[in-house]
Design a protein around this ligand. Structure first.
Ligand SMILES: [Zn+2]
Length: 385
């Protein structure tokens, strides 16, 4: 089949702004020139007003959980499970391009790229500022108290810090960010393969709450907001919580900090030799498996019109880098929590296992009991009373 000329595709993209097309599947909220909300591919609640995993602009989209993104054609491919040609037809088909429409689209894309670069640089500086101002050790801090409240031992780590007055910003109805909460927080450094600082994972702490996390409420809507935020660049990066040595032979990799520290706590208390074992958090589930080659239908869940919901599948897209595993690692243990969508977690772990496969390397999946995460299990079965 003949290749569709780039100019024709640019025209198709210009006629189908990504945020408008996405908005047919999910409820998005406008934040200036961006729109955020639930993901048309992987979100169960397409009307959620607090979901923020999916972000769209006129020319592109990205989902933190799918670990995926691209233009409007890719969106249709993923959401509808269509081929490239079918997606083009769905969007109105390839027609003679209008030069004016194309030149406007190109200009817009260039402007957007410049703004993105400025935003990324600004964000990195902000993250570094927060990190620099936090207490450099967690021993004796509120963070140590928080971990103990969660039934965890406190590791000797350089990637966790304690902040006394971390600021929580949240956009109001006008799209402008406002300071709505300020307080204690656990600050985790996100590092790239070379160990360079790339971003932050922040957990706001309130030791008076049962799970130790701050109760943060949107003053405009009264909705409870997540007590965690990820800033900077997490894709392909990780939080290296515990490093036994420089060249670990075993890596225990899971989604959340508390999950990974639960595994560490159990092994540490059991007296295991952890001198060559590293424990990393992937920041979120999508980043654990990296980008998928294609989406697959969910076995039971359906979305609009009774059509099967599609989710990132088990085959990795190796053209997009995932978390870099040190060559010294010959044994990987992937932690799967049982408290979120079992199907999504399962395909993600299988994708991670394929992605990280290497000659002479063993990859094992460790599952928490159905309906529980590893931290629940630790607190029920192995935690201090
Ligand atoms: Zn998604």
């Amino acid at each position: 089949m003949a290749r569709i000329p780039d100019a024709v595709l640019d025209d198709l993209r210009a006629r189908n702004p990504v945020h408008e097309v996405s908005g047919r599947y999910v409820a998005l909220r406008n934040k200036g020139n961006r729109w955020v909300g639930p993901c048309p591919i992987c979100s169960g609640n397409t009307a959620s007003r607090t979901a923020g995993r999916f972000e769209a602009a006129a020319d592109k989209w990205v989902c933190a959980v799918c670990c995926d993104g691209g233009d409007v054609i890719r969106l249709i491919e993923r959401v509808e499970g269509k081929s490239f040609r079918e997606a083009v037809d769905t969007l109105g088909g390839a027609s003679e391009p209008d030069p004016e429409v194309i030149s406007r689209a190109v200009q817009r894309a260039e402007q957007e790229e410049r703004k993105n670069l400025e935003r990324r640089n600004h964000e990195r500086a902000r993250c570094w500022d927060i990190w620099s101002k936090a207490l450099p050790h967690i021993s004796g801090s509120v963070v140590a108290d928080y971990l103990q409240l969660r039934g965890l031992d406190v590791p000797d780590t350089r990637v966790l810090r304690s902040s006394l007055e971390a600021q929580y910003f949240h956009p109001g109805a006008d799209g402008r960010a406002r300071l709505i909460y300020q307080g204690h927080a656990m600050i985790a450094a996100i590092q790239d393969a070379a160990g360079a600082f790339r971003g932050l994972h922040i957990t706001w702490i309130d030791l008076n709450q049962i799970n130790g996390k701050a109760l943060i409420v949107d003053p405009e809507t009264g909705e409870q907001l997540p007590a965690k935020k990820v800033r900077g660049v997490k894709q392909g990066n990780a939080i290296r919580l515990v490093s036994g040595c420089e060249n670990p032979s075993r890596l225990v990799l899971g989604e959340g900090i508390e999950t990974v520290l639960s595994a560490w706590t159990v092994m540490h208390r059991a007296g295991c030799d952890l001198s060559r074992t590293a424990f990393w958090s992937s920041v979120d589930l999508g980043n654990l498996g990296g980008r998928a080659l294609e989406t697959v239908p969910h076995p039971v869940e359906t979305s609009r019109n009774g059509v099967s919901r599609r989710m990132p599948g088990p085959v990795p897209d190796m053209s997009v880098a995932g978390i870099a595993i040190p060559d010294s690692v010959t044994d990987i243990v992937l932690l799967g929590d049982g408290d979120s969508d079992r199907f999504l977690t399962g395909t993600t772990l299988r994708r991670a296992a394929q992605r990280f496969a290497a000659p002479g390397r063993t990859i094992r999946l460790a599952w928490a009991r159905d309906g529980y995460d590893f931290n629940d299990m630790l607190r029920r079965d192995g935690g201090r009373e």
